[in-house]
Design a protein around this ligand. Structure first.
Ligand SMILES: *[C@@H]1O[C@H](CO)[C@@H](O)[C@H](O)[C@H]1NC(C)=O
Ligand SMILES: *[C@@H]1O[C@H](CO)[C@@H](O)[C@H](O)[C@H]1NC(C)=O
Ligand SMILES: *[C@@H]1O[C@H](CO)[C@@H](O)[C@H](O)[C@H]1NC(C)=O
Length: 437
């Protein structure tokens, strides 16, 4: 090896940051015009290995700045400051259907960034490693408190922001896979919002009774937040993804208890039996399960289950009655839910009712169903166990990786602005400034 090769310097700034924070990867003291591969490696909690890499050419000074320079190939191409994270994919030979999800938010996601001599696409262990650094990515900012909640049969975790409080609050609901998924609530708390991650499908209530939860379960969770001494009871929001949007819309419009400052619905629909609770929503999916299609790779496509959008008013939440601002986030290539068509129908309903000034729609071409916080690797399809069929299959979520990743970054920034505006601002019904962004 050339003596100079020993002196290649690699830095990542910040080397410890939040999951949604950008980093700058800098290679210095390489040879002028040297071909280099910058590589990211992560081993998940479940033991699966993920990698991403880009092919770069050093400039005349022997420098590569991943934030400014072009990748000519690899798992991403072009100038992509965060491509090393969002294009992470299971290493070759991994079992199919993996999706990366952090379970323990009290530890960071650890990523090893390395630089190799030459342009490579495989066999990295056999290549000349020039330098390597470890990076920590956190969902919980320093000072965020994690409080498991078990009272009133709730299965939930509250995340409180750093500082004395009190803080605005948020109820965070995920979709049909169930489980207590904490990472988004932890990240929201890192941004100043006291957030309660709530399991409503595989929770203690269901384990104890064998039944699905009633609407009161969500009202109990809301009341828990409302009366918490570190939450401002009059400044509470709900955020739902997928099946979580059905609950969010139902509670926002019909609950006598749940009074929200605003609501965020990602990749969902207002179509559901208006009378009833979670059991009836799941029943509608079950009844329509013959509309399931399969891709040529035998991946399940559920986007037709609620289509066509019914005209029967008893089958959709009357968003014309909404009284708080609503933000819809839609991936135009969502293969799992008809979020696209639902958003358009909701807009029509609200225009007719005269409350469409409360509605903001963020719609992203080539984005799929799983619109996550930024830089989470895109899963176009993954193993999924439905609570309806209790059957494990591969679900097609949709999306193209670069556009989907851009949608995650853009929508998260705007969701945070929307929440801050409505939860910290002084008006309840203020128009959103998002249209000016
Ligand atoms: C690398 O690029 C980023 C983003 O443009 C810039 O802020 C930073 O100063 C650059 N670093 C160096 C050493 O050029
Ligand atoms: C599902 O179908 C059954 C049997 O036809 C019917 O009784 C039930 O009301 C349907 N449920 C929903 C939510 O449409
Ligand atoms: C979603 O809406 C966009 C824009 O209206 C459209 O181009 C796209 O085809 C729709 N996607 C689906 C899956 O219907």
């Amino acid at each position: 090896m050339d003596r100079k090769q020993c002196c290649v310097k690699l830095s990542v700034q910040p080397s410890r940051g939040l999951m949604d924070e950008k980093f700058v990867v800098l290679v210095q003291s390489a040879l002028p015009s040297q071909q280099l591969t910058v590589h990211a490696f992560h081993e998940c909690e479940d033991g699966h290995s993920w990698q991403a890499f880009g092919h770069y050419t050093a400039d005349a000074a022997g420098t590569v700045n991943v934030s400014e320079d072009c990748s000519f190939g690899g798992s991403y191409s072009g100038v992509e400051p965060m491509g090393l994270l969002w294009s992470l994919e299971p290493v070759p030979g991994s079992k199919p259907g993996l999706r990366m999800r952090k379970k323990n938010v009290q530890t960071p996601m650890v990523v090893t960034i390395s630089v190799y001599q030459g342009h490579h696409t495989a066999g990295f262990v056999d290549q000349v490693l020039l330098a390597s650094v470890m990076v920590e990515r956190w969902y919980m900012a320093p000072g965020v408190r994690r409080i498991p909640v078990t009272e009133d049969r709730l299965t939930a975790t509250l995340f409180l922001p750093p500082g004395p409080g009190p803080f605005p609050g948020l109820l965070d609901l995920w979709g049909g896979g169930g489980q207590l998924v904490e990472y988004r609530a932890a990240l929201l708390a890192s941004h100043g919002i006291g957030s309660l991650a709530l399991d409503y499908l595989t929770c203690k209530f269901t384990l104890d009774t064998g039944k699905t939860v009633e609407n009161e379960y969500f009202e109990t969770a809301y009341r828990y937040l409302q009366k918490h001494p570190q939450i401002i009871g009059s400044r509470i929001s709900m955020l739902g993804l997928s099946l979580g949007t059905s609950i969010t819309l139902k509670m926002t419009v019909y609950s006598e208890v749940v009074k929200l400052r605003c609501a965020v619905c990602i990749s969902g629909s207002h179509v559901q039996p208006v009378d009833g609770s979670l059991k009836e929503i799941l029943g509608l999916f079950k009844n329509n399960s013959d509309k399931t299609r399969f891709s040529d790779k035998n991946e399940a496509i559920w986007r037709d289950l609620l289509l066509p959008i019914p005209s029967d008013p008893s089958l959709k939440v009357d968003v014309g009655r909404l009284q708080c601002p609503l933000l819809l986030v839609v991936g135009e290539d969502d293969q799992n839910w008809c979020a696209n068509e639902s958003a358009m129908d909701m807009r029509e309903m609200m225009e007719r009712a005269g409350n469409s000034h409360l509605l903001t729609i963020l719609s992203y071409p080539n984005a799929g169903h799983l619109i996550e916080p930024p830089y989470m690797p895109h899963a176009r399809a993954s193993s999924f166990k439905t609570v309806v069929a209790h059957q494990k299959l591969i679900a097609l979520w949709g999306g193209q990786t670069p556009e989907h990743s851009l949608a995650q970054e853009d929508s998260w920034r705007k969701v945070l602005i929307f929440l801050r505006e409505n939860l910290y601002g002084d008006t309840n019904h203020g128009a959103s400034s998002l249209s000016h962004l």
